[in-house]
Design a protein around this ligand. Structure first.
Ligand code: IPT
Length: 956
């Protein structure tokens, strides 16, 4: 840090201390019988370019802000027409010279006046507290002209005692908010920089004798079935829990038989903490978190986290989330079998944790701390290893723990994210461990696990996770004894993540592996009038990380992406597989619950259509148990149809998060296999002038390309190996060796040339010989199209033989054809309803499906390959029926792959006059290389000899 002379009244902005004037942190609760007044709403607003551009006079009584703009609180001014958002992943968008920040420091003065409600208690009868639940990044506050303090710690609550300043009417609250402060160095999370008063502002009456802080200790002894409750309170009072017959003094423990709290059965008991001046409702969940036998155990059993990393996000309001959006997140998680949330990378709005308590989610509550940008300088000057910053770090730790300590859902505290290592982190961990012995501590950034109770990593490959599971990873003695959590994995950027099922298999195979948290929950796209959703760079940022901010399982509008549907299937709490001798094997994968909440159905499908179905009686298996359950006789095998069996597990009754009948899990297996009807060649190609006809088909005699079949005009099929590269194909810049998207482009696979070698129409087949290869390279694909017909149907067999030395897999291998734009309704028998790729196809259910072409597109914020349907037996669209031998990948879109490839936003894609159809024999896996590992070897589409067929016909 360089020496500087202080010159302004805004020194606090660059002060490493957490602030001054605020009250000590304490437990947060939504309401009590004490009066409160929300100060949310429309505030007067003035934006200045620097921290000291304006004096303090706006805070004085009588200041006329009539010509100021208005903003909504909670909100971010950059999302309300004042300035712009900035997105960087880990780079600080200002010079790294802690604790200094740029002179250009957008500063928002916020002003509002308020009257106390008529029924506000007598001002002499107690105090009042002004609470800010979140302000980014640094605020100074005046009430009625009095400077009451300033604070940093954007996603943490700060309270000020203001009773002595209040008047019945005409109170003036002034808040000056600086975008950049010393605190910004501690808040370098991978997200938009969004200044503003983005969480609630509330005035709370504090009657004489009201509670200050209190700590609800509610443990569960699984050996006795009893819970022990003790509520410690700074102000004495009584604790009552009517359902348990509990009525005790604060500080006094009481042990009673209870139902425990788990994320699977979130039993909460309503209680009250009554002090002389206030009655606070309590929602008490009894559970005991322990590190025992090297495992994270709750109520005596190890957990398997099926988690997500959740940033707070709304496409219009940014991190200013309303209650409905928080609830939507929780319901979506529960409905998709997610059982855990890491609040990456800061404590969420506290109301979110109330929802986690109520609906049941395990929470890793993470502190508002990340100093990732220091990695650019080898972590030199990292604030977490600099004693001057330790008070700020401890303040953040305390503000998180004190605020959130009464939530049963919170089982782990996290020190922060990507902050390197240092004494400050150790100090935080020591403080947390001492303050709260009922939870464990997480931090990923220190491979030695000096301060933590679990070994955590991010984006480790499957192979490495497996080694860790086997205990072969080494590390310090301490680390070797700890359980393992993958706090981030499966980077859900764009199409993907691939490989989820493979991770899950490994998690389930090794006790030490206690699951993981997919990165991340939702795309942080910002709704934009021209671009649909904006990402980094769309606001003219000088430095940015493009669409790396759109890497969620939900699209910005909270529509589930195929990744979420896949994840739901992979982590389903009941596994259903074909068993021996006409049985289905059902396995309970819950950690606690038996299967009594589920009902089961079976159905037999012939060629994808259900022909018989019913309910299945499955025993209420305990967690971990499995059973082979006899199925009814399958329908008679007439030899002409493929028969499959599907068994589903549904909610037997309405729950708080989904109605009765909601599908929790399913399994499908073959009963009799598919036998495609052969095409016996009966016609011969006939050449007339520039045309060749073969059965119902007409070809261009010169090019050998199909031009129509049964009157349906088309752009005939031709080999296609290109796909608009996905974010995972392209990989992250630091992934140098296997960024296939980049390497494919270097090789020229996006501009293959088709050389015509021969059109042979003698005999029973029309044979077209070609060589498909990129300019400037010696590699190529010798490609032969062989057409035959039985008079009604037309069969194409494509034979591909690679030539030269292929060092790369292919993006896809198949044919592309074009149909008139009128081809719209698609019906198919195969995998669906959603897209699937080789390593993302667990959720693809073989059945009959239909969709419009537009409905088959997956709206990735940055357009890229999408929409393939897997295992397709046949498809009908535009009057054409296409059968595949073997099954194929089907894609239809109103633009070409090349157009998709160059589009930056969905709004760049405009439908043309052709529906482009890809019929693929193979697709390369998706992987997770936009941050993690690429596809596993078994999902590679190697360039090797291949032969595949399609049968075209025009049904009557
Ligand atoms: C990791 C970060 O913890 C997370 O915030 C996010 O940036 C994620 O990556 C990628 O989207 S850090 C990465 C360098 C492994």
């Amino acid at each position: 840090m360089s020496a500087r002379t202080s010159v302004t009244a805004t020194d606090y902005v660059e002060d490493v201390s957490p602030g001054s004037g605020a009250l000590p942190p304490r437990a947060w609760y939504a309401s009590s019988d004490a009066a409160s007044l929300s100060l949310n709403g429309s505030w007067r607003f003035r934006l200045s370019p620097t921290a000291d551009a304006q004096d303090d006079s706006f805070a004085e009584q009588g200041y006329d802000a009539g010509d100021w703009a208005q903003v909504t609180v909670p909100g971010h001014w950059v999302l309300q027409g004042h300035g712009s958002p900035v997105y960087t992943n880990h780079l600080y968008p200002f010079p790294v010279d802690p604790p200094h920040v740029p002179t250009d420091n957008p500063t928002g003065d916020h002003l509002r006046s308020f009257d106390l409600p008529e029924d506000w208690p007598d001002l002499d009868g107690g105090g009042a507290v002004l609470r800010f639940d979140g302000v980014e990044s640094c605020a100074r506050v005046w009430l009625n002209g009095t400077d009451i303090g300033e604070f940093k710690g954007s996603r943490l609550a700060h309270e000020f005692a203001v009773g002595h300043l209040l008047r019945p009417a005409g109170n003036v609250l002034a808040v000056r908010v600086h975008q950049w402060s010393a605190g910004s160095y501690l808040e370098d999370q991978d997200q938009w920089w969004l200044p503003g008063v983005f969480r609630d502002v509330t005035l709370l009456h504090r009657p004489a004798g009201s509670a200050l802080d209190f700590f609800v200790h509610a443990s569960y002894d699984h050996t006795t079935g009893e819970g022990t409750l003790r509520v410690d309170s700074d102000v004495d009072g009584r604790v009552t829990v009517p359902d348990l017959g509990v009525d005790v003094a604060t500080g006094e423990p009481v042990t009673v038989p209870v139902e425990p709290w788990t994320a699977e059965s979130p039993r909460l008991y309503d209680g009250v903490l009554a002090t002389e001046g206030e009655r606070i409702p309590l929602r008490i969940g009894f559970r005991t978190v322990r590190l025992a036998d090297g495992l994270i155990q709750v109520n005596g059993r190890p957990l398997l986290f099926k988690g997500v990393n959740r940033h707070e996000w709304h496409p219009e309001r940014g991190r200013a989330l309303d209650p409905a959006t928080m609830l939507a997140d929780v319901l979506l998680m529960k409905r998709h079998n997610i059982n855990a949330v890491r609040t990456s990378h800061y404590p969420p709005h506290p109301a979110f944790l109330d929802l986690c308590d109520e609906y049941g989610l395990w929470v890793i509550d993470e502190c508002d701390l990340e100093t990732h940008g220091f990695t650019e300088q080898g972590w030199r000057d990292n604030p977490v290893d600099d004693d001057r910053w330790t008070p700020a770090l401890l303040d953040r730790a305390a503000r998180m723990v004190e605020r959130d300590k009464n939530h049963p859902s919170v089982v782990v505290w996290s020190l922060g994210n990507e902050a390197g290592t240092g004494r400050g982190l150790t100090a935080m961990a020591e403080w947390i461990h001492a303050r709260d012995t009922s939870r464990l501590v997480h931090y990923e950034g220190d491979p030695d696990c000096r301060d933590t109770d679990m070994y955590a990593r991010m984006y480790a490959s499957h192979a490495e996770v497996e080694r860790i599971g086997q205990g072969l990873d080494g590390g310090t003695r301490k680390r070797r004894r700890l359980p393992f959590v993958l706090c981030e994995y499966a980077h859900a950027m764009g199409n993907g993540p691939g490989g989820l099922a493979d991770y899950q298999r490994i998690f389930e195979a090794h006790d030490r592996l206690q699951g993981g948290f997919v990165w991340e929950w939702i795309d942080h796209g910002i709704r934009h009038p021209e671009l649909g959703y904006a990402y980094g760079g769309d606001f003219g940022e000088e430095l940015h990380d493009s669409n790396f901010v759109c890497d969620g399982l939900l699209f910005p509008d909270r529509e589930p992406s195929p990744g979420l549907v896949e994840y739901k299937k992979v982590i389903e709490p009941v596994r259903i597989e074909g068993g021996p001798d006409g049985t289905v094997r059902v396995t309970n994968r819950y950690d606690f619950a038996d299967l009594s909440a589920l009902a089961f159905t079976w159905s037999y499908e012939r060629d994808g259509e259900s022909v018989e179905s019913g309910t299945l009686s499955v025993p209420a298996l305990a967690a971990g148990e499995s059973a082979d359950v006899k199925l009814p006789q399958p329908p008679e095998d007439r030899g002409d149809a493929e028969t499959r069996c599907t068994v589903r597990a549904l909610l037997a009754a309405d729950t708080a998060w989904a109605p009765r009948g909601h599908v929790v899990g399913w399994g499908q297996f073959a009963v009799t296999p598919r036998t495609p009807v052969p095409v016996a060649p009966a016609e011969r190609p006939v050449r007339t002038d520039d045309r060749i006809t073969l059965g119902p088909a007409v070809f261009d005699a010169r090019t050998g390309r199909l031009t129509s079949i049964g009157g349906v005009e088309l752009t005939g099929p031709r080999l296609d190996v290109w796909r608009a590269t996905t974010d995972n194909d392209d990989g992250a810049p630091w992934q140098s060796d296997t960024r296939h998207g980049v390497l494919w482009r270097q090789l020229g696979l996006h501009r293959m040339q088709h050389r015509l070698d021969a059109v042979e129409s003698g005999g029973e087949a029309l044979t077209v010989r070609t060589r498909v290869a990129p300019a400037a390279r010696e590699v190529g694909l010798d490609t032969v199209y062989r057409w035959t017909s039985d008079g009604h149907r037309l069969r194409l067999t494509v034979s591909v033989t690679p030539e030269g030395e292929w060092k790369l897999p292919l993006p896809r291998l198949g044919v592309r054809l074009g149909l008139p734009a009128s081809a719209d309704l698609v019906r198919w028998f195969g995998g669906g309803p959603g897209e699937a790729y080789p390593d993302t196809k667990s959720a693809s259910l073989v059945s009959r499906w239909e969709s419009r072409v537009d409905g088959m597109q997956t709206p990735y914020v940055r357009p890229q390959e999408n929409g393939a349907r897997a295992d397709v037996r046949w498809v009908e669209l535009g009057g054409l029926r296409i059968e595949g031998e073997p099954e194929f990948w089907f894609t239809a879109r109103r633009w070409t792959a090349e157009q998709l490839d160059t589009a930056a936003h969905l709004t760049d894609l405009t439908p043309g006059d052709t529906v482009w159809v890809n019929l693929d024999h193979g697709q390369h896996g998706i992987g997770s290389q936009s941050c993690g590992p690429g596809p596993l070897p078994q999902y590679f589409l190697h360039a090797e000899p291949a032969e595949f067929s399609f049968v075209f016909s025009v049904p009557d």
